[in-house]
Write a new protein. Sequence first.
Length: 72
Amino acid sequence: MKKKFKLEDLDCANCAAKMEEAIKKIPGVHDANVSFMQQKMTVDAEDERFDEIMKEVAAVCAKVEPDCRILL
């Protein structure tokens, strides 16, 4: 399943790159893209575990950029 999410308060391109790299390492994630310029994130992950994976994605994003929120 591939879904797009809007991001709020993502402060720098370097943080976006770190988030993208960390998300891609989560088991079950096929691909991820985090765009600082568009303030958007695309996650392609296993359908049956998507909600569980998104919780991990949110935790990873919070570690890299505590102020950034994923608008689900």
